[in-house]
Write a protein that binds this ligand. Structure first.
Ligand code: ZN
Length: 255
């Protein structure tokens, strides 16, 4: 049974999180083409977070869905309706303050699972500011975007013509994960975009029809629930391996 942090009472919370891992999913409300809901990044981050919390007997926080702006080269950008975002400066401040109150609790480890491409630099910046301010102490932090755990060899074996993670927005990996996790929210449309945008560029003005096919930056052909399940298991295995590896190097006794 997954443990939900927010279902605890105030009287229980200190005892329950002592020595344990708390997992915080960070997502987005962002356009994901004509076949996927706005909640993709949040639902995927939440599913990974719950699974990890379950394996390490930790607690999951509610997903944080309103996050960083969508950028054209990695998310289609704000010309597509439905993306609800805050600016990077606001996001850093928000995360920093939320993390400070979280770290006032005696958990042993915080895991942050990110599902939205543009969140990552702001998340890492906020965590490092909080660390520098002394709020983390000797607690462990493991923050990652789920795709960072995917091994190169897995990608080569499972996804043909991989366009880069920035362009996997609403592409094969996210469509497959959604077909595995929430098939009820996926339509039968499978748009392909033959010319995925290049990574690491900021261009203005933006030709929306050139960077994407209706908000899909790469290809959705070949998406399946089976591939989604494989990818889900691969990411979980890699994430748990990182946690166990760190456990092996640490004298702290964690449950
Ligand atoms: Zn996404």
């Amino acid at each position: 049974m997954p443990r939900e942090f927010a279902d605890l009472t105030s009287a229980e919370v200190v005892d329950q999180v002592t020595g344990r891992t708390v997992v915080w999913p960070l997502g987005a409300i962002e356009q994901h083409g004509p076949h996927l809901p706005l909640s993709v990044d949040s639902l995927i981050a939440e599913a990974f977070a719950r699974e990890i919390a379950d394996i390490v007997d930790g607690y999951t926080l509610p997903v944080q869905s309103i996050a960083a702006r969508s950028l054209p080269q990695s998310g289609g950008g704000l010309s597509f309706p439905g993306t609800i975002h805050v600016g990077g400066d606001t996001l850093i401040r928000f995360l920093r303050e939320a993390l400070r109150s979280l770290f006032s609790l005696p958990m042993a480890r915080l895991v942050v699972v990110n599902g939205h491409f543009e969140n990552e630099p702001f998340l890492f910046e906020a965590l490092d500011q909080v660390r520098q301010q002394g709020f983390i102490g000797d607690r462990e932090v493991f923050a990652f975007s789920w795709w960072s755990l995917v091994q190169e060899s897995w990608l080569t074996a499972e996804i043909t013509g991989f366009p880069g993670w920035h362009a996997e927005h609403a592409g094969v990996s996210e469509t497959s994960l959604m077909l595995h996790l929430r098939p009820d929210l996926v339509t039968d449309l499978r748009p392909d975009h033959d010319h995925p945008p290049r990574a690491g560029l900021y261009l203005h003005p933006v030709d929306v029809d050139r960077i994407s096919n209706r908000g899909v930056l790469s290809s959705t052909s070949g998406s399946s629930a089976e591939l989604g399940e494989k990818l889900f298991r691969h990411v979980i295995d890699e994430g748990v391996a990182v946690l166990r590896d760190r456990d092996g190097n640490s004298s702290a006794n964690r449950r």
